[in-house]
Design a protein around this ligand. Structure first.
Ligand SMILES: [Zn+2]
Length: 178
């Protein structure tokens, strides 16, 4: 079966930077719904479209096509008491940028000092060119439900739980994500 719109693709990957230093060895394969559902980077879909199980390739993706250029305006400072305890550098929270009530972003704690916390809304891989070594392990037809939801269900896929519907409470979730 060939990879096409509305197929579920299981792909082993290794992620490195443009110099070849390993960032993530992808011990768990990525499983995504193919066909522009923004489950994975468009450049990865482009590279795999029309291919079958066993196909291997390595692609390089520039920051613009990956996680964007680093944007210093996405760094903000919050009072320590607005965030839950315990708090550590590297923890991530969902929040909204200043003056924007619509879009939620992932903020990473990058510094804690003097009762204040530095939150960085840039993706940890922002500003980096990335190299993906890809190896297609499985291709199957997506179910109608997966197509309707725009994501994969089942093993390694999306699991629905109560947290999914529990948004827009506090500005920051009380539990760190991931
Ligand atoms: Zn779903």
């Amino acid at each position: 079966m060939k990879i096409a719109k509305n197929t579920v693709v299981t792909v082993h990957y290794k992620l490195s930077d443009a110099q070849g230093s390993l960032i993530e060895d992808g011990r768990e394969p990525m499983v995504y719904l193919h066909g522009g559902y923004e489950n994975t980077l468009p450049k990865i879909e482009e590279a795999l479209d029309g291919k079958s199980v066993g196909y291997e390739t390595t692609i390089q993706v520039e920051p613009d096509d990956a996680f964007g250029e680093y944007d210093p305006s996405l760094v903000k400072i919050e009072p320590r008491d607005r965030l839950p305890s315990p708090l550590e550098i590297g923890m991530q929270f969902e929040g909204t940028p200043e003056g924007d009530d619509e879009e939620t972003m992932i903020f990473t704690v990058t510094d804690i000092a003097d009762g204040k916390v530095v939150l960085d809304g840039n993706h940890p891989l922002a500003g980096m060119a990335l190299r993906f070594a890809l190896n297609v392990a499985d291709v199957r037809e997506a179910s109608d439900e997966e197509i309707a939801h725009g994501h994969v269900h089942g093993a390694h896929g999306h699991h629905h739980d109560e947290l999914d519907d529990d948004d827009d409470g506090d500005q920051f979730r009380s539990m760190p994500i991931q």
